[in-house]
Design a protein around this ligand. Structure first.
Ligand code: THU
Length: 142
């Protein structure tokens, strides 16, 4: 299935964000871009730390950025890109923690965003609910 122009633009935004990655320890720059229903795009990239375990993933940075801008709803599409010359070229999928972080913003607005996982030759499109079935979310605490 071919991607829409909007999806291609979102992937490009993620790639651009990855250019600002601070990843001297892994040398694995990741970019994330969030598309909202009003057309807004918010991006993030991974930020590592000399204390390795404190690294912030690109998706988490993007969600924090969006929520710091006041966004609480309308998350429709997420694009994630990694370096195409590393690993086996398989599409990069959000880590477990990022799935949970993405779920918080999605759940607030009642959406189930499509996640564009970009690989060397393939873009795998999955729903967040497929990546994180039976998610724990804000409704559980209501
Ligand atoms: N990373 C992300 O930014 N997102 C993910 O979903 C997976 C991993 C980052 C964390 C670390 O800076 C680097 O990739 C290598 O694990």
């Amino acid at each position: 299935m071919s991607l829409s122009n909007a999806d291609e633009a979102l992937i490009e935004a993620a790639r651009k964000a990855a250019q600002s990655s601070y990843s001297p320890y892994s040398d694995y720059p990741v970019g994330a871009a969030l598309q909202f229903e009003d057309g807004t795009i918010v991006t993030g990239t991974n930020i590592e730390n000399a204390s390795y375990g404190l690294a912030l993933c690109a998706e988490t940075v993007a969600v924090a950025q969006a929520m710091a801008q006041g966004k609480r709803s309308g998350l429709e599409v997420v694009a994630v890109t990694g370096p195409i010359d590393r690993g086996d070229g398989a599409p990069i999928t959000p880590c477990g923690r990022c799935r949970q972080v993405l779920n918080e913003l999605a759940a607030l607005g009642g959406t189930d965003p499509r996640v564009l996982c970009v690989g060397k030759e393939e873009v795998r499109v999955v729903l967040l609910s497929e990546l994180l079935p039976h998610a724990f979310g804000p409704d559980h605490l209501a």
